[in-house]
Design a protein around this ligand. Structure first.
Ligand code: ARG
Length: 386
């Protein structure tokens, strides 16, 4: 019943006209970095201005879209993995309208991204918000996430980050298996349809069982994690045009799983359990049992992904790559906006080179943005405040 009310109030945000200045700024940047275009810049700018004047928006070419998506990654100040920004695979899905079609493309995204474990960075770009037609949305914050079930005693089975989303999926009719690592269904919403449930085919979701090279008891915990982190709630904005549904993925850095997802107190909160497996004395803070358990869990994550043939990187290698990226970008006359608090890994910060310096904090366009409405959807809430 609550869901009915929620759906009645729900509906995609309505589109706004494309911003002329941003469109021009983007086209100038595109022609500066990729000068060999068939259409001269002045001519292309005329087309775009005419489009905005008559329809409130304009169509980007597939090449402009691909360039914009790659540069949006390059400008993502929280991402340590930007060295390969220029090899992002861009799937132009702007024609997809029906939820079933969008679902098919999202499945194809996962297939190409997973690549049997040799993870490839991929983005799928769906229709933009226009004055005529609001864009499609996915309510999930990532394409692959685990359900969280609130129990009567206040504890959670599964991932506590997704309890509200899980409740919402159940309200929509999802049959929850009620295990600790249940892959959530997708919830897809279009201008013409209410949010609808779609299961991800099992064989498209590659997962890795967590084992430790020296501590077999860790395997007994039956922990696992999915291979592909595919963020689906960030709006891609290129040249004044908003693409609210533009899911993208890279590969994991081990600490995201081993120092955050499985460890944060408001996530799987597993340090005490790992310490138990390792026989550590949890009564004495100064014995650093938390730190010791944390390191071993991170060893386990990296070991498990390697053993399963699934691409992952460690924070030492990734930190070095980031500094390579910085140097390369500076040689090309570009600044690299970076947020220290996100770039420095959550373990061993001070022994990675990214710790020992400051970064440019500029916000550059194109970019990805996390909207309040998108956050609300991730919690299974109506995105429209009233
Ligand atoms: N930290 C997020 C997670 O663990 C994923 C963020 C994107 N990470 C990446 N390696 N591309 O689920």
């Amino acid at each position: 019943m609550e869901t009915e009310a929620l759906l009645a109030r729900s509906g995609p945000e309505s589109g706004r006209a494309a911003d002329r200045d941003e469109a021009e700024e983007f086209l100038r940047q595109y022609y500066t970095e990729q000068p060999d275009q068939a259409t001269p810049l002045v001519e292309r700018l005329e087309q775009i201005h005419a489009g905005i004047d008559t329809t409130g928006t304009y169509d980007q070419t597939s090449d402009e879209l691909a360039f914009g998506a790659r540069v949006a990654w390059r400008n993502s100040s929280r991402c340590i993995g930007r060295l390969y920004w220029n090899s992002l695979r861009v799937l132009d899905r702007r024609d997809a309208k029906a939820p079933e079609e969008i679902h098919r493309h999202l499945c194809e995204h996962l297939r190409q991204a997973t690549n049997l474990g040799r993870i490839r960075p991929v983005i799928s770009v769906f229709a933009p918000d226009t004055p005529e037609q609001p864009a499609p949305r996915v309510w999930n914050d990532q394409l692959i996430r685990y359900a969280g079930y609130r129990r009567d005693d206040g504890t959670v089975l599964g991932d506590p980050a997704h309890t509200d989303f899980t409740d919402f999926a159940r309200d929509l009719g999802w049959h929850a298996p009620e295990g600790p690592f249940d892959v959530l269904p997708l919830i897809i919403e279009t201008a013409d349809d209410k949010p609808q449930l779609f299961e991800l085919p099992r064989d498209l979701v590659l997962e890795v069982p967590i084992t430790h090279p020296d501590h077999p008891q860790i395997a007994d915990l039956a922990l696992r994690w999915h291979a592909v982190p595919a963020i689906s709630n960030m709006r891609l904005r290129i040249g004044g045009i908003d693409y609210p549904l533009a899911p993208f993925n890279g590969w994991y850095m081990g600490t995201e799983i081993g120092a955050r997802n499985l460890v944060d107190v408001d996530r799987y909160n597993l340090l005490p359990v790992i310490a138990g497996c390792l026989g550590l004395d949890t009564g004495n803070e100064a014995g650093l049992w938390r730190d010791r358990a944390l390191v071993e869990l991170n060893v386990a994550v990296l070991h498990s992904f390697h053993a399963a043939g699934v691409k992952i990187s460690d924070h030492h290698t990734e930190s070095r790559h980031f500094l390579t990226h910085l140097a390369r970008e500076e040689r090309n006359g570009r600044t690299v906006p970076a947020d220290w608090s996100w770039i420095v890994p959550p373990v061993s910060g001070g022994i990675t080179p990214v710790f020992h310096r400051y970064y440019d904090e500029a916000e550059l366009r194109p970019n990805f943005h996390l909207d309040d409405q998108a956050r609300a959807r991730g919690r299974g809430r109506c995105p429209h405040p009233h």
